[in-house]
Design a protein around this ligand. Structure first.
Ligand code: ADP
Length: 472
C-alpha cells in the first residue's frame, strides 16, 4: 500500500482526498499557494508545501509538483478535478518519473480529452452519439452545410472543451456565421486547440452520466447514474442519484455501454461516461471525463462505495472486489453546489471574509466544504465554496431534507447562491421530477427571494457608519 500521496489540488476536493488518505492510513502531502495558506486542506494534511508565487501557477507547474513529490517521498499523486487532472502531459511526466498518477494512463486521458476522437470511439463500440460532424469543421461553409442537413438549432463545441466553456447554441445561418469564428478564437485562447465541431442541439434533454470503476486487470463495473440536469450556462448546479426517469432496462443498457467504452480504451481508475437523454429516453453519448467528478458524493451516498478510496486502491494495484451485481442504490441523494456568487447580479462571483458560518447537520446531511468563519474567500479561484449533499430513502424525503438543510445553512460576509438553490428545491416542478437542462432558464421565478440580512453584519455596518460620523 502507498505510504504517502501528494494531493495536487486545493479547496474542497483536496480536503476530500486527504480524508480518504487518512482512513487508509496513508500520509498526505498538500501543496498550496500563498493565497490558500489558511485553507482547511493545508491544516488537515500531514505535510504541506507552499508552491508558486501567485494564486494559480503553483497548482499548474507539472515539473515542480513532480519534483516535490519525489523529494518528499510520495509514491503517488492525486490530481482531484480541474487544474492538471485531465492534462495528459502531467500524467505522462508522472509515468516517466516513476510516480503513480491516480487516474487513467496518459494515452487514455489524451484520447478521451478530445471530444471528436471520443465520439468516434463511442460510435465504434456501438454507442449512439449526438448527430454531429465526424471531423473538425474547417470553415463556416462546412458548418452551414451541416446545419442545412441536420436542421437548427445546432451546438458549436470545442474539441478540447470542458467546464461548459466553448459551447454555443445557434438557431440560424446568421448566428452560425457570427459565432463560428468567435468559437474558434475562444477555443484557441482557452484550450490552445482551435478545432471545433458541430452537434445537433437536443431540445430539453436530461444530462445523465454513469460512474465507472476499472482496475488494471480488466475488471470494469459501473456504479449507476447521476442526473445532472439542473444546470446554468451548461454548468451543473444540482445533481441527483439515481435518475428519476430511467427505466431499469435503459439503465442496464446504458451502464453496459459505458463499460464497453471503458474496456475499449483500456480504462483504469474512476471515470464518467456522459449522455444526453431526450424525452423519449433516446440516449446519446457526449463525452467521457477521466477524473473524479465534483458530483461524486451522490453516488457514494446511494451506493455506499467510497469512490476516492477506490481510486487510491486501484492506482495501488489492488484488484476491484466489488461485483456488478452487488451494486445497487439505496434511496436518493441530492447535491447542491454552494457558490460564492450573487444570483441577482448575474451570478457575479463574490469574495471576501466569511463573517458567520453555520453549517447544516442532522440525519442524512453531508457537507464537503472548505470554508469556516473568518476564512477569506479568494477571488482567484472557482466560486464553489462547498457541497451540500443530502440522502433519504425516498425522493420526496430527499427533497424535504435538501430544503431543510439549505434553510439551516448560513454564510455571511459574502453573497452565496443558497437562497436561489432553496427556491429550486422548493419548486413544485423539482419535487415532481419535472425538470431537464432547461429548468433554470425556464423558471425566472427562481430569482424571487429576499436576501437574508445577518443582524451581526447590520450592527457592524452601523458601527462603521457611526465611527465615520464621529470621526473616530
Ligand atoms: P463540457 O465538457 O464543457 O462540460 P459537455 O459536452 O459535457 O461540455 O456539455 C455540457 C452541457 O451542455 C450538457 O450537460 C448539456 O446540458 C449541454 N449540451 C451539450 N451538448 C449538447 C447538445 N448536443 N444538445 C443539447 N445540449 C447539449
Amino acid at each position: 500500500m502507498f505510504k504517502k500521496v501528494l494531493v495536487a489540488n486545493r479547496g474542497e476536493i483536496a480536503t476530500r482526498i486527504i480524508r480518504a488518505l487518512k482512513e487508509l492510513e496513508i500520509k498526505s502531502v498538500a501543496i498550496y499557494s500563498v493565497e490558500d495558506r489558511d485553507s482547511l486542506f493545508v491544516k488537515k494534511a500531514d505535510e504541506a508545501y507552499m508552491v508558486g508565487t501567485g494564486p494559480l501557477d503553483g497548482y499548474l507547474n507539472i515539473q515542480h509538483i513532480v519534483d516535490l513529490a519525489l523529494k518528499v517521498g510520495a509514491e503517488a499523486i492525486h490530481p482531484g478535478y480541474g487544474f492538471l487532472s485531465e492534462n495528459p502531459a502531467f500524467a505522462e511526466t508522472c509515468e516517466k518519473r516513476g510516480i503513480k498518477f491516480i487516474g487513467p494512463p496518459s494515452n487514455v486521458i489524451r484520447l478521451l480529452g478530445d471530444k471528436i476522437e471520443a465520439r468516434k470511439l463511442a460510435r465504434k463500440v456501438g454507442i449512439p452519439v449526438v448527430p454531429g460532424t465526424d471531423e473538425p469543421v474547417k470553415n463556416v461553409n462546412e458548418a452551414l452545410s451541416f446545419a442545412k442537413e441536420f436542421g437548427y438549432p445546432v451546438m458549436i463545441k470545442a474539441a478540447a472543451g470542458g467546464g461548459g466553456r466553448g459551447l454555443r447554441v445557434v438557431s440560424n445561418d446568421e448566428e452560425l456565421r457570427e459565432q463560428f469564428e468567435n468559437a474558434q478564437n475562444e477555443a484557441r485562447k482557452f484550450f490552445k486547440d482551435d478545432r471545433i465541431f458541430l452537434e445537433k442541439y437536443i431540445e430539453n434533454p436530461h444530462h445523465i452520466e454513469f460512474q465507472i470503476l476499472a482496475d488494471r486487470y480488466g475488471n470494469v463495473i459501473h456504479l449507476l447514474e447521476r442526473d445532472c440536469s439542473i444546470q446554468r450556462r451548461h454548468q451543473k448546479v444540482i445533481e441527483i442519484a439515481p435518475s428519476l426517469i430511467l427505466t431499469p432496462q435503459i439503465r442496464e443498457e446504458m451502464g453496459e455501454k459505458a463499460k464497453e467504452l471503458a474496456r475499449a480504451v483500456g480504462y483504469e481508475n474512476a471515470g464518467t461516461v456522459e449522455f444526453l437523454v431526450d424525452k423519449d429516453l433516446n440516449y446519446y453519448f457526449i463525452e467521457m471525463n477521466t477524473r473524479i467528478q465534483v458530483e461524486h458524493p451522490v453516488t457514494e451516498m446511494v451506493t455506499g462505495i467510497d469512490l476516492v478510496k477506490q481510486q487510491i486502491l486501484i492506482a495501488d494495484g489492488v484488484p476491484l472486489t466489488i461485483k456488478q451485481e452487488e451494486v445497487d442504490f439505496r434511496g436518493y441523494a441530492i447535491e447542491i453546489r454552494i457558490n460564492g456568487e450573487d444570483p441577482k447580479n448575474n451570478f457575479a462571483p463574490s469574495s471576501g471574509v466569511v463573517t458567520r458560518y453555520y453549517s447544516p447537520g442532522g440525519i442524512g446531511v453531508r457537507i464537503d466544504g472548505t470554508i469556516y468563519r473568518g476564512f477569506k474567500v479568494s477571488p482567484y479561484y472557482d466560486s464553489m465554496l462547498s457541497k451540500l449533499i443530502v440522502c433519504a430513502p425516498t425522493w420526496g424525503e430527499a427533497v424535504s431534507r435538501a430544503r431543510r438543510a439549505l434553510s439551516e445553512y448560513m454564510i455571511s460576509g459574502i453573497k452565496t447562491n443558497i437562497p436561489f438553490a432553496l427556491n429550486i428545491v422548493k419548486h413544485p416542478d423539482f419535487r415532481a421530477g419535472r425538470f431537464d437542462t432547461s429548468f433554470i432558464d425556464s423558471h425566472p421565478e427562481l430569482m424571487d427571494y429576499t436576501e437574508y440580512k445577518d443582524p451581526a453584519d447590520i450592527v457592524a455596518a452601523i458601527s462603521v457608519a457611526i465611527a465615520a460620523y464621529e470621526g473616530i
